[in-house]
Write a protein that binds this ligand. Structure first.
Ligand SMILES: NC(=O)c1ccc[n+]([C@@H]2O[C@H](COP(=O)([O-])OP(=O)(O)OC[C@H]3O[C@@H](n4cnc5c(N)ncnc54)[C@H](OP(=O)(O)O)[C@@H]3O)[C@@H](O)[C@H]2O)c1
Length: 335
């Protein structure tokens, strides 16, 4: 109850920020980002677009991968109309395709840019059951597996940039508080929803993918530490905000739900605050493997803290991204 009241009135936490802080506000005191290159996925809309706008305002060079280059060009123009000097490159990436992720990384490498920040923000809430060309359930493939491969392939670049510049690299995984709604065996449940359409439940699929983001953060943080990499990784819950995430279900019921919960909703600038805080704030130097909400470290579910589950998901993900992976989840082919 007290927590809810604090959220509603925007009480600030130990960081000095809270639920009502905006992305611009939390980056007021960040170092000049002129020499920083950031990749932000899902910047064509919602939280990602605001994150891109604010990081451009602070001087960062942006690489915005998007599956729709026309929309990405519009976002680029919008940012440039506000900040004439912004350096923005748009590139094609469909996170639900492992082939597309590999192609994006090789094209990015050809640009010979450094990489300081990777913001894994793109996300999908898919009401309908779907399987990707790689034989993986679509929500999981987009929200988690594509980002898992993207991060893995970009890690070397981030490590060498950090070494050459002495500036710590940061990875931010955008998850959701909904990850706490799932308990059980993640890999088994993923298998069930992938194999059989009848087991598909959109909220459960979304929660599984967002728990995977949390576990990915946990395991990657341990691996980065073991490698003595000057790169951190954290994950964030942005808060609840009306964006295009619910695009599949626009209409009266969705309007009503948003109306009834309007007191709890954030604005988009508020929802981008935690990402921008974790990506840039000097307080978070050397902080890694943590979960943040309302711009403060927060606790997550028991399973989200489970190191064994994190390592198990990592091993399974390595198998799923391997080029000779035969989709064990693929639905049986019709005779
Ligand atoms: N909104 C909330 O209340 C809320 C709450 C908790 C967590 N989140 C998380 O916040 C993040 C941002 O969501 P949002 O609310 O800003 O939603 P949004 O407005 O729908 O933005 C999602 C972004 O992800 C991109 N995307 C989706 N599928 C993709 C794919 N296959 N390949 C590449 N990009 C893809 C979208 O691009 P297109 O335009 O091409 O579709 C869009 O740019 C997500 O990770 C979401 O899970 C949101």
């Amino acid at each position: 109850m007290l927590k809810t009241i604090k959220y509603l009135i925007g009480t600030t936490g130990p960081s000095g920020y809270g639920s009502k802080s905006t992305a611009e506000h939390v980056t007021d005191n960040c170092v000049d980002l002129q020499s920083c290159t950031a990749i932000i996925t899902g910047a064509t809309s919602g939280i990602g677009a605001e994150t891109a706008r604010v990081l451009a305002k602070r001087g960062a060079r942006l690489v915005l991968p998007a599956r729709n280059l026309k929309v990405a060009a519009k976002i680029k123009d919008q940012i440039l109309s506000e900040f004439l000097d912004a350096k923005i490159t748009i590139m094609h990436l469909d996170l639900s395709s492992l082939k597309s992720v590999r192609r994006f990384v090789s094209e990015f490498e050809e640009l010979n840019l450094p990489l300081n920040l990777l913001i894994n923000n793109a996300g999908k809430f898919s009401y309908d059951y779907g399987i990707t060309e790689d034989g993986i359930e679509t929500t999981f493939a987009t929200n988690y597996l594509g980002h898992f491969l993207l991060t893995k392939l970009l890690l070397k670049k981030m490590m060498t940039t950090a070494k050459a510049t002495g500036v710590q690299g940061r990875i931010v995984n955008v998850t959701s508080g909904i990850h706490t709604w799932f308990s059980g065996d993640l890999i088994r449940s993923l298998g069930q929803i992938t194999r059989d359409k009848r087991h598909y439940d959109a909220t459960r699929a979304y929660a599984i993918s967002k728990l995977a983001n949390v576990l990915h953060t946990k395991e990657l943080a341990c691996r980065l530490q073991m490698m003595e990499a000057n790169v951190t990784v954290n994950c964030v819950h942005p808060g609840i905000v009306r964006t295009r995430l619910t695009r599949d279900r626009e209409g009266f019921i969705t309007d009503l739900v948003f109306f009834l919960t309007s007191k709890f909703l954030k604005t988009i600038p508020q929802a981008a605050a935690t990402t921008c805080y974790v990506a840039t704030h000097p307080n978070l130097r050397n902080v890694s493997g943590k979960y943040f909400a309302d711009c403060n470290e927060a606790s997550n579910s028991e399973i989200g803290c489970n190191r064994k589950e994190a390592a198990r998901l990592w091993s399974f993900s390595e198998i799923m991204i391997s080029t000779d992976f035969k989709p064990v989840f693929a639905p049986p082919t019709m005779a």
